[in-house]
Design a protein around this ligand. Structure first.
Ligand code: ADP
Ligand code: MG
Length: 238
């Protein structure tokens, strides 16, 4: 698993600078949450890691490998999107195995990998069903499973719970927190939801308007917010 380092990362769309030079290091095996209000640059940051946007400046490093110019498929990342489009005509097993089948992995290996991940996500009993027969929360787990069967070093989550209702979101949050402790991967998780961030993050990075305001554990941020923005956003009394 690589250590991820953002080195003076910049992104502009036309003349609009969305990310001024951004420096950030994520240690090996950490569950990092990027949290901040809508429009602050969270998705853009994630998309730069995934290779879905090109850098306007700086570099992203996975250990000593510069990945900024690599094709998405060569980056060792897997991304779970907010609007998890599953293939409606394929059953859950085939949805989950899609990338592995494309990579022409042996069938026995694909089957055992799909089963392992499905059991971890508690969807093993749904493998023969079609997406339309599943609830929103189950579909969300399939979308995660589809990314997780790929043995990527880095998993990227862009607001994966934001389309769920409040009750289901709370349940998924708890399940993710449990899952987090059993998966030994680098994860970068983007959300605008403070509770999600505080529950899930080993490290929490608070962003506003493209800049990092503060990073630390939930306890650090709550006890010692560096400014009013962080205090207000985290809801700490300071
Ligand atoms: P977040 O995910 O934190 O809500 P984004 O990274 O999606 O924020 O967006 C950050 C800023 O960049 C916003 O002002 C948004 O309007 C702008 N932006 C994002 N993508 C594009 C794009 N493809 N073209 C122009 N502006 C964009
Ligand atoms: Mg976003």
């Amino acid at each position: 698993m690589p250590r991820i380092r953002f080195d003076r990362v910049e992104k502009s769309f036309g003349r609009t600078l969305v990310l001024p030079p951004l420096d950030l290091t994520l240690e090996d095996g950490e569950f990092t949450v990027l949290v901040g209000p809508s429009g602050c640059g969270k998705s853009t940051t994630l998309r730069l890691v995934a290779g879905l946007e090109t850098l306007s400046g700086g570099e992203i490093w996975f250990d000593d490998r510069a990945i900024g110019k690599l094709e998405p498929k060569d980056r060792d990342v897997a991304m779970v999107f907010q609007d998890y489009a599953l293939y409606p005509h394929m059953n859950i097993a085939r949805n989950m195995s899609f990338a592995l089948r494309l990579a022409r992995q042996p069938k026995a290996r694909i089957d055992s990998e799909v089963r392992r991940v499905a059991e971890m996500l508690n969807i093993a009993h749904l493998l023969e069903r079609k997406p339309a027969e599943l609830s929103g929360g189950q579909r969300q787990r399939v979308a995660m499973g589809r990314a997780m069967v790929r043995d990527a070093g880095v998993f990227l989550f862009d607001e994966p719970l934001s389309n769920l209702d409040a009750k289901l979101r709370a349940r998924m949050r708890t399940e993710l927190a449990e899952m987090r402790d059993t998966i030994d991967k680098n994860m970068i998780y983007v959300t605008h939801d403070q509770i999600e961030a505080m529950t899930l993050g080993d490290r929490i990075v608070v962003m506003n308007e493209g800049t990092i305001q503060q990073q630390g554990t939930a306890e650090d941020l709550f006890a010692n917010p560096v400014n009013r923005f962080v205090a207000g956003f985290i809801g700490s009394p300071a």
